[in-house]
Design a protein around this ligand. Structure first.
Ligand SMILES: [Ca+2]
Length: 290
C-alpha cells in the first residue's frame, strides 16, 4: 500500500501565477489570478524507488519506458554501452535516448536503484503515475493544488521558503544545477542528479523539495493560455490538450536555460514521455473533512 506521509492542506485562496515576471512568456505563468481551493491531503515527498517497487511487486506493472525499451537520460550521467545510445534530440542535445534506461536503471543498463531507495522514482510517464495512483487509491494533484501546496502558506513568494534562493551563509536550499549548463556541474548543493526525497528543509506545509530535484506530474492538460480563462474555484485545467503539466523543475535547472525551480513555474510533457528527472507525488482522492 501507499505509505508516504501526507500533509493536510487547509481550504483557502491564493494568488496563482508569477507576480515577478520571472517566467518565460510561452510558459503562461501569468496573468496572476485568485484561486480558491477545497482542503486536500498531499504527499510530503515524491514517490520513491522503494514506494514504486512496492507497487510493481504487487501488480507486476510494466512502465512505458520498459515497454518502449528506452528512456531519456542526461548525457553526463549515462552508464551504458555506446550502442545503447539511440537518439539525441537536436533541440536538447544533452538528452540521450538510452536503451535499457528505466526506473530500475536510471542512468542505463550499468546502474540500479539498490542504494537509492529513498530517491524519487524517475523514468515514469504520466500514464505510469496514473497507474500507481489507481493502485494506491490516490490521484495526481491538479496544477492549482500543486502550486498552493508548494507555496507552503507564503503569499506570493518566489520559492517555497521565501524570495531568496540561498539561505544563511550561501547555503543551497534545493537541488538544481551549479556551474555551466550543460557541461560542468559543480554540485555545490551536494547532488549531481537526484537527491533523497527528504533533503534540505520542508516548506510551511511540511512538503519536501517541491522545487528542484525532479519535475512532478500534475493531473491537468497544459495550456499556456489557461490562466486567462480558468475558473476561480478548484480549477482542473483544460478539457483537452497534447501535453500534461509538470511542475517544480529538477536537478538540471539553471538560470542560463531553465529557471523553473520556482513555485509559479510551468512546463509539460506528452503523457507517455519519461525522463531521468521527472517523478510525481500524489493526493488523496476525496477532500478531507475540514
Ligand atoms: Ca544539484
Amino acid at each position: 500500500m501507499h505509505q508516504i506521509q501526507q500533509a493536510l492542506i487547509p481550504a483557502g485562496s491564493f494568488a496563482m501565477g508569477d507576480g515577478y515576471g520571472d517566467g518565460r512568456r510561452p510558459d503562461g505563468e501569468t496573468t496572476v489570478y485568485a484561486v480558491e481551493l477545497s482542503g486536500f491531503s498531499i504527499d510530503v515527498t515524491t514517490v520513491t524507488n522503494t514506494d514504486f517497487a512496492r507497487f510493481v511487486d504487487a501488480t507486476a506493472y510494466v512502465t512505458e519506458a520498459e515497454r518502449f525499451g528506452y528512456s531519456a537520460v542526461f548525457h553526463l550521467s549515462v552508464m551504458a554501452d555506446t550502442a545503447d545510445v539511440i537518439g539525441q534530440p537536436p533541440q536538447t542535445p544533452w538528452w540521450l535516448g538510452v536503451t535499457g534506461a528505466d526506473w530500475r536503471h536510471p542512468s542505463g543498463r550499468y546502474t540500479d536503484i539498490a542504494d537509492i531507495g529513498e530517491h524519487p522514482v524517475v523514468h515514469v510517464s504520466f500514464n505510469d503515475a496514473q497507474a500507481y495512483c489507481a493502485w494506491a487509491d490516490r490521484r495526481l494533484p491538479t496544477e492549482a493544488e500543486w502550486e498552493y501546496a508548494s507555496r507552503g502558506g507564503l503569499e506570493g513568494a518566489r520559492f517555497p521558503w521565501g524570495d531568496e534562493l540561498l539561505g544563511a551563509g550561501g547555503a543551497w536550499r534545493c537541488n538544481i544545477w551549479q556551474g555551466t549548463f550543460p557541461t560542468v556541474n559543480t554540485a555545490a548543493d551536494g547532488w549531481l542528479t537526484t537527491a533523497p526525497v527528504r533533503s534540505y528543509e520542508p516548506n510551511g506545509f511540511g512538503l519536501w523539495q517541491t522545487v528542484g530535484n525532479v519535475w512532478e506530474w500534475c493531473a491537468d492538460w497544459f495550456d499556456a493560455q489557461y490562466y486567462a480563462n480558468s475558473p476561480r474555484v478548484n480549477p482542473v485545467g483544460p478539457a483537452t490538450g497534447e501535453t500534461r503539466v509538470t511542475r517544480g523543475g529538477s536537478f538540471l535547472c539553471h538560470d542560463s536555460y531553465c529557471n523553473r525551480y520556482r513555485n509559479a513555474a510551468r512546463s509539460s510533457n506528452t503523457p507517455d514521455s519519461s525522463t531521468g528527472n521527472t517523478g510525481f507525488r500524489t493526493v488523496a482522492p476525496a477532500a478531507p473533512s475540514f
